[in-house]
Design a protein around this ligand. Sequence first.
Ligand code: SF4
Length: 265
Amino acid sequence: MERLLVRGACPHDCPDTCGLVTEVQDGEAVSIRGDPANPVTGGWLCAKVRPYLHHVYHPDRLLYPLRRVGPKGSGQWQRIGWEEAIAEIAARWKAIIAESGPEAILPYFYSGTLGLVQMTVSSARLWNRLGTSRMERTICCAAAFMAIRATLGQCWSPPYSDVVHSKLVLIWGHNPVSTAPHFMPFLRQAQHAGCHVVVIDPHRTPTAAGADWHLAPRPGTDGALAMGLAHVLVAEGMHEPTWLEEHTVGWPLLRERLADYPPQR
Ligand code: SF4
């Protein structure tokens, strides 16, 4: 019996970027676990990816192209070959482009388990070459990316392990217990060392439940909360005016507006 351990990376769009170790016996994956050599993964995987082999070998998994041959919803499908499927899709796209132009095609997808190559490199080249419509595929990420790029220049974040040096952690509208679980051991380590963790979230998420202070503003009011916090920072001189003048955009306008947001408002 041939037994192999294959090292890989989780394909999900997830900040933890876990390392995987898959055990393969005679060409079949028989187990999957977190890579113990990866300092963030630490040998364990989230609940979503732990049963990955169940998905891979599930009898309902789509393994080849199917053409619908009955009414929508009737579940009537006919297996066709890859060349036939690609030719049919290409013929339909060409007809749409000939009739209405390439922008009549709207690619609609997000990340799932595509990984960076399929999600942002190869697919982008296809859509650019065709000249299809473009879409900001997620309103939350698009707004956040714009703000982060405008503020920091790049979408970079420090390594998870840096949090153990923090004295105060403010988690705002984020639930890493569910969406970045490998951050949590580092955060707990910081808490045990005396770090104060504040979670701002209208919902009592598992992350909020483990915080030292959970602040639950009414939905839609966290903009006012941010302005109130900034008001106090400026009023009590806890900001650096020179740095703000040299490295930010719109600081004088913001300073004027902050005057309207005292905490008692
Ligand atoms: S936490 Fe889960 S989804 Fe995220 S990288 Fe790790 S295994 Fe993948």
